[in-house]
Design a protein around this ligand. Sequence first.
Ligand code: ATP
Length: 241
Amino acid sequence: RTAPLVLEVDRVTAGYGGLTALSDVSITLRQGEVVGIIGANGAGKTTLCRVIAGLVPSKSGAVSLLGEDVTALAPHRRARRGLAICHEGRRLFTGLSVEENLDLGAALSGGSREEIKRRRGEIYGMFPVLAERANKSAGAMSGGQQQMLAIGRALMAAPKVLLLDELSLGLAPLVIETIYQALDHIRSLGVSIVLVEQNTHRCLSVADRVYVLERGHVSYGGLPEGLMKQDVLRQAYFGET
Ligand code: ATP
């Protein structure tokens, strides 16, 4: 009784000019799962997100979304099919209000006014600080609040699959805590999540399964517990940390 695949990356190779950032990478995401992607700086995590979103082309291999091959589709067409990405840099419209930013997130999804209002309410419930600042300028908020808004904006499109790239980068521990608590809420909305993290500990604590990227290759794919055991073994037998 396994849940259906919502995302599949099948033997993808990609890079920049002569540089190969990903080679032969395969990952899967099932409905309702949180799948973590961890790895050192430059291992290819962000590139993987970009390939999934269609922002970086793959040289070979395929990306499927909800059972459909989207390898040749432009980013906005993947978005319309249920993919949302929230990534580093979180480009908000800093001159617009919090609420305007949220509503722009729904622009591609074609929901009714009532439906959009309902989604907004859901997000305000998840991040009350956004409700308090609904009419304030997005640019006037702290980094953590902007990250919450970026997540909220991605959710306004009612995605089936949400890519979260480096959620906790540069944020204070308390903010990271709030955002991680929201992940459970997001999952309960029926959104499947790919969680890219440098913060391995955090990632392992919420992910159902994890993939480890090492220099563009998948070096581990499986349960977080399996990885912890492997690490313990490495330390015990090889003295590595
Ligand atoms: P980080 O956590 O530092 O973002 P990462 O695991 O996300 O690392 P990527 O950003 O995907 O790794 O980088 C993978 C490789 O591709 C690295 O060698 C990096 O230098 C290179 N790279 C990334 N973006 C570009 C780009 N726009 N142009 C050229 N090379 C790039």
